[in-house]
Write a protein that binds this ligand. Structure first.
Ligand SMILES: Nc1ncnc2c1ncn2[C@@H]1O[C@H](COP(=O)(O)OP(=O)(O)OP(=O)(O)O)[C@@H](O)[C@H]1O
Ligand SMILES: [Mg+2]
Length: 364
């Protein structure tokens, strides 16, 4: 096969001088003008990593160095070279270890006794290309996530604004109408016919005020901003009871500790719970809904379980259903773990686990 033209910079981390020579010869045979650097220990490898240090296309790593070996060596080297493919070279024939090292994130695993110039060249070429593709994918995923975050924030702000307008504008007008109707009732004196009509309109206005309050709350429950997540979940649960006639139970441990200061976090968790409960209303035909909220070791756990019809696995991946997908997206945005456990006839359990560290302080 024809030798390649690009000039590669390759770092060979190898403490055995004989093996280093062998690898260098293999590289030179297949890759014209290859630039080979060496390190003979993990300590030496770390010293090469400086802000203005050289860039390497590939790192070839022997996993038995004098000062570090095996899995810890692989993990630390991968941390030192997040953007460079790392290929393991070893005399080990331990297949399980080779598979595990691939799951740790190394690009390839080569047995020293099987290395030929072509095998090495092919592995380097594939590894470099794969790393490029993975890097592009990761970058585009980060962009999509950041876009989703901005979009979610914009939607939440807009919902808050509309909820405020509905409450302040229409709410005030309807309250004004109610006052006008009371005045009219007085003016009607003993005229029973007018008084009956006024009462009917008063009832309609009251219903209108109730409906507006419900719409505003569904857009953005004021209770979430004023009283916090647990109170907002209580409100969701009472809404569930009203709409289904089924029973809802909320168990909260250490309720006082659950005043989450991070707005972004509490809004996203609230929206996940809201979608989960809406799904129970829409699909589950449940008679009982239970929600557990607890904080343990600075981790918030929420468990939402219904005793309804459950869902087959395919329902979790329906292309036109956005609810479950949105829940997963929101969980990813706040770094939470979300799991869904469900089977036909066995109900559904949704679990959210989320760290309350850093900015996300909780008042105790
Ligand atoms: N608690 C539940 N019990 C039974 N089935 C459920 C439950 N939650 C979800 N499902 C099933 O999973 C499907 C997907 O849910 P998802 O929330 O993604 O979509 P949806 O509720 O149908 O639509 P939307 O996009 O409005 O949320 C539902 O159509 C339903 O069949
Ligand atoms: Mg849904």
């Amino acid at each position: 096969m024809k030798a390649i033209e690009k000039t590669y910079r390759i770092l060979v981390v190898e403490d055995n001088p004989g093996d280093f020579l062998l690898i260098s010869d293999c590289l030179r045979e297949q890759m014209i003008g290859v630039d080979i650097s060496g390190a003979t220990s993990f300590g030496e490898l770390k010293e090469l990593i400086t802000d203005d240090g050289p860039f390497y296309d590939v790192v070839l790593l022997d996993i038995t160095l004098p000062d570090q070996v095996g899995e810890p060596l692989i993990r630390e080297t991968l941390q030192l070279f997040p953007y460079t493919p790392v290929i393991i070279l070893t005399g080990y024939t331990d297949f399980e270890f080779s598979v595990r090292s691939l799951t740790l994130g190394v690009s390839d695993y080569l047995l020293k006794e099987e290395i030929t110039p072509f095998v090495l060249y092919k592995s380097i070429l594939y590894s470099v290309e794969r790393k490029k593709i993975t890097f592009d994918l990761e970058t585009s995923e980060k962009r999509v996530r950041s876009f989703a975050l901005q979009l979610n924030n914009a939607i939440e702000e807009e919902r808050s604004r509309i909820a405020r307008e509905i409450h302040d504008e229409f709410g005030q007008q309807l309250t004004g109408m109610k006052m006008g109707l009371s005045a009219l009732e007085e003016m009607a004196g003993g005229n029973q016919e007018i008084r009956t009509v006024v009462h009917e309109i008063q009832t309609q206005v009251d219903e209108g005020i109730g409906a507006l309050r419900q719409i505003a709350n569904e857009l953005r429950p004021a209770i979430l901003d004023k009283l916090g997540l647990v109170a907002a979940i209580e409100w969701l649960l009472s809404d569930f009871e009203k709409k289904t006639g089924a029973r809802g139970y909320l168990y909260v441990s250490n309720k006082a500790r659950l005043k989450i200061n991070d707005k972004n976090l509490s809004v996203n968790i609230f929206r996940i719970c809201q979608e989960a409960i809406t799904n129970v209303i829409k699909h589950a035909i449940a008679t009982i809904l239970q929600i557990f909220v607890r904080v343990k070791d600075s981790q918030l756990h929420i468990n939402i379980s219904d005793n309804g019809r459950g869902m087959p696995a395919r329902d979790q991946h329906m292309p036109l259903s956005m609810g479950l997908l949105n829940m997963q997206e929101r969980a990813a945005l706040i770094g939470a773990e979300l799991s869904i456990e469900s089977a036909p006839g066995k109900g559904t359990i949704i679990e959210i686990k989320c760290n309350l560290y850093g900015d996300t302080n909780i008042d105790s």
